[in-house]
Write a protein that binds this ligand. Structure first.
Ligand SMILES: CCCC(=O)SCCNC(=O)CCNC(=O)[C@H](O)C(C)(C)COP(=O)(O)OP(=O)(O)OC[C@H]1O[C@@H](n2cnc3c(N)ncnc32)[C@H](O)[C@@H]1OP(=O)(O)O
Length: 300
């Protein structure tokens, strides 16, 4: 009995690792050694990434390094990857809100770490790590929201684009400052921004490196809504209420919705259609479907 339990656990863990590899953009075949990079990132310690999984199926992910305006240290990058793995395995999850501690979102990568790994290969390795993590974040079967208070600069602006939606508080700002740092986005922010606002607006935002206030963000389609609260508690409550409109219902169905949209967003149409058929098969005749057939609701 114990042996068979152990075998099952081993098999599940193996499958999970294989699934993560499949979902990752970069692996050994790209000359990328994740374990080696993680060791390097661990040298730049500070801050944390905290996750709280609420009973209503909404996860709250906090970027917590307020002394540095929530800049990403190396250990925070590693912790973000760990939290994403936790969210991938959250059966009851439906939504996710990402926000920064201390009334500000995130000022990008920690410039102290950046300075210490300023050679090209280290930079690309760090990008591969963050692109892997943010791609997995974007593909989570959860509806995700970046709650932008204060500043979302550099890599912080890039992180907002890995979420399905952005909500901004009054006075907040999203700014792709990379050009002023002699850089371009490297965490996947350019590719995602083009898909959100179109190539013309993306080119303006990256080459102008100007701040985007809530009004302009709304106009560009970069933000869904400007919240009325500026304080952390009020903004979080508002963001939860906004997200709840879309997370109402069984987790299996909400996750299926996100999966078909992700497929439509990322795959060629034939592959997206096949995925849609497969996901449909997971809900058709499922508990929520059967209960609805009994209730026979009228959608007036
Ligand atoms: C592929 C990823 C590329 C990147 O992300 S590159 C990084 C891009 N980000 C930046 O260049 C942001 C630089 N910081 C700023 O512009 C300003 O600090 C910012 C965010 C507008 C906030 O301004 P203020 O509200 O006036 O606050 P402040 O400047 O006094 O900052 C408070 C303390 O936080 C520090 N800080 C802010 N952003 C940081 C960062 N990214 N890395 C390391 N430290 C950072 C800042 O140096 C200051 O510390 P201290 O009080 O001087 O010891």
């Amino acid at each position: 009995m114990a042996v068979s339990l152990w075998k099952n656990l081993l098999q599940t863990t193996k499958e999970r690792i294989l699934q993560q590899r499949r979902m990752s953009l970069y692996n050994g075949a790209h000359g990328y050694d994740e374990e080696l990079l993680k060791k390097k990132l661990q040298q730049f310690a500070g801050g944390s990434i905290n996750l709280s999984k609420e009973d209503n199926g909404i996860g709250i992910l906090t970027l917590n390094n307020p002394k540095l305006m929530n800049a990403f240290t190396g250990t925070m990058m590693v912790e973000l990857q760990e939290r994403v793995t936790e969210l991938e395995n959250w059966k009851d999850g439906k939504g996710l809100i990402i926000y920064g501690a201390g009334n500000t979102f995130c000022s990008g990568s920690d410039l102290n770490a950046v300075k210490a790994i300023s050679n090209s290969q280290d930079g690309m390795n760090m990008c591969m790590f963050m692109q892997n993590t943010l791609t997995r974040l974007m593909r989570l079967p959860l509806i995700s929201v970046a709650l932008v208070q204060g500043k979302a600069f550099g890599g912080g602006a890039e992180l907002t684009t890995a979420c399905d939606f952005r909500l901004m508080t009054p006075g907040s700002e999203i700014r792709f400052v990379h050009k002023h740092m002699g850089l371009v986005p490297g965490w996947g922010g350019a590719a995602r921004l083009v898909r959100i606002v179109g190539s013309g607006a993306a080119l303006q935002l990256l080459s102008g490196a100007a701040g985007v206030d809530p009004e302009r963000a709304l106009h560009l389609g970069l933000s869904e809504e400007t919240l009325s609260s500026s304080d952390e508690t009020g903004a979080l409550e508002e963001a939860q209420a906004w997200l709840s409109q879309y997370t109402e219902g069984p987790a299996t169905v909400i996750q299926a919705v996100k999966k078909v949209v992700t497929a439509g967003r990322e795959l060629p149409v034939e592959a997206a259609l096949r995925t849609e058929k497969d996901v449909f098969g997971t809900v058709w005749g499922g508990p929520a479907n059967l209960q609805a057939l009994v209730r026979r609701p009228k959608h007036k």
